[in-house]
Write a protein that binds this ligand. Structure first.
Ligand code: UD1
Length: 428
């Protein structure tokens, strides 16, 4: 497992012309809530297309601590079984390493009407509170206490037929509240929910198990309570990772003759693909889930601003910035989701990028020649951006702290070596 090599670094020798095919792995952000949703049932669940990533390993550790038994049937297929006793707490040591651990609150609340979960850690890209999760749970009948860094959720009786309106379409809060509601008698309505493909995947998974969720993919979700005993044992395949696909599409435009991107859903990144096409990068759709992107020597500058789905994904903002350093002219990148998601800017400037930060916008002055340097990965998507920059830069780039990268990209250097990149993992 890559994730154990905490102190690895990547060495990249840039400017090799890339070529070939890339298979996209299963989605990290769909896998995590679905893994936690298996806590809703005692029945066996098989999941396919689960990416081999540090965040998945951490989620599995947490599930095992709680009382599940996980067996790898092959590299990306897992069987999740219930051992006899299930705990309802998630300790600091496990939770601090991954923010998405808060997603166990929903299934525990649904099953036991209680949960004791340490406040999360994870990517340092802003304050990232969980107030929206907790406010929603209160509306469903929960009493909430914060004690010694733990959130304690307790509920005597679920409140039925509630209409909850989220103040902001938070991905995590939407997922937690949907999972919380599936056994509540009557109809629970959640409005202004997030509509990300990963949320649709979670709802499809829950419905396949026997939940009744309507309005999937719209901003109003309706959940009709079912009995826990009625949930079924199922096998389910996780959707492909749209952010990994997007990262390789940018790489194809920046540094390849051409790259074929396989096993992804173009419909999940429509807005992103429109922006790529606006840069006058040639993209050929070979089929619904296979796309060919051609290297672009005359990238047009295209400004973007991030917004909740179906807008431009914040998880592609850092990679887009690298893309724009190679465009002829100025572009503006505006980050609307996270208040501190520009940590890659200083590192990219070390490689020669000409960037000016003002509040939540960055002005990219392209085109600049990037030159290899030592840089540090600061969060997951920033790390991916540095890899792209290293592959475009002349000479050698060393990226330290790449454990961030292992949280979200399966076998990244193997996939990149296969398309002719010079990228090596070494001990720091
Ligand atoms: C998820 C994704 C992450 C992605 C993000 C936005 C997973 C595991 N992670 O994170 O990769 O970048 O969606 O697309 O799926 N907020 C609050 N209070 C809350 C919850 C959120 O103020 O209770 C704020 C956050 O601080 C942030 C914004 O809402 O500024 C969006 O957060 P949210 O949509 O909840 O993102 P995550 O679920 O944490």
């Amino acid at each position: 497992m890559q994730g154990k090599k905490i102190l690895d670094k990547l060495i990249i020798k840039g400017q090799n012309l890339l070529n070939g095919e890339v298979e996209i792995s299963g989605s990290k952000n769909a896998s995590l809530p679905i893994l936690f949703a298996t806590l809703l049932t005692d029945k066996d669940i098989i999941l396919n297309n689960v990416p081999n990533l540090r965040d998945v390993t951490l989620s599995i550790k947490l599930l095992e601590y709680i009382g599940k038994k996980i067996e790898y049937l092959n590299n990306n297929k897992i069987l999740i079984r219930q051992l006899s006793n299930i705990k309802y707490d998630a300790p600091y040591d496990l939770v601090r390493q991954m923010r998405a651990s808060v997603l166990i609150i929903g299934p525990m609340f649904a099953r036991y009407k209680k949960a004791l979960v340490s406040l999360p850690g994870g990517c340092a890209i802003g304050i990232r509170p969980i107030n929206l999760h907790l406010e929603g749970l209160k509306e469903l009948g929960a009493d909430i206490d914060l004690v010694n860094g733990y959130v304690s959720v307790f509920c005597k009786n679920f409140l039925s037929n509630k209409i909850i309106k989220l103040k902001y379409p938070s991905v995590g809060a939407t997922e937690n509240l949907i999972m919380s509601s599936i056994f509540i008698e009557g109809k629970t309505v959640i409005e202004n929910v997030a509509k990300e493909p990963e949320i649709i995947d979670l709802c499809n998974f829950l419905n396949k198990m026997g939940a009744i969720i309507k309005g999937i993919g719209t901003s109003k979700i309706e959940i009709f309570g079912v009995k826990k005993e009625n949930l079924k044992s199922i096998e389910y395949t996780i959707i492909p990772d749209r952010i990994e696909a997007g990262t390789f599409i940018i790489l194809g435009a920046l540094a390849s003759e051409s790259l074929v991107i396989k096993n992804f859903e173009a419909g999940h990144i429509e807005k992103f693909l429109e922006k790529v096409e606006a840069t006058e990068t040639k993209i050929e759709k070979l089929s619904k889930n296979i796309l060919k992107v051609y290297g672009n020597k005359n990238i047009k500058p295209v400004s973007i601003e991030t917004s909740p789905y179906p807008g431009f994904p914040t998880d592609m903002q850092a990679q887009w910035m690298v893309f724009m350093t190679q465009a002829e002219g100025k572009s503006i990148i505006k980050e609307n989701i996270f208040e501190n998601r520009f940590m890659h800017v200083a590192e990219m400037m070390r490689l020669g990028a000409n960037l000016e930060i003002k509040n939540n916008t960055v002005l990219v002055n392209g085109k600049t020649e990037l030159k290899g340097a030592n840089v540090m990965a600061t969060d997951l998507r920033a790390s991916a951006a540095l890899v792209l920059a290293g592959l475009v830069a002349s000479g050698k780039t060393e990226i330290s702290r790449i454990y961030h990268l292992d949280r979200g990209y399966e076998a990244i250097e193997k996939k990149m070596t296969k398309i002719n990149a010079k990228i090596f993992r070494v001990k720091e």
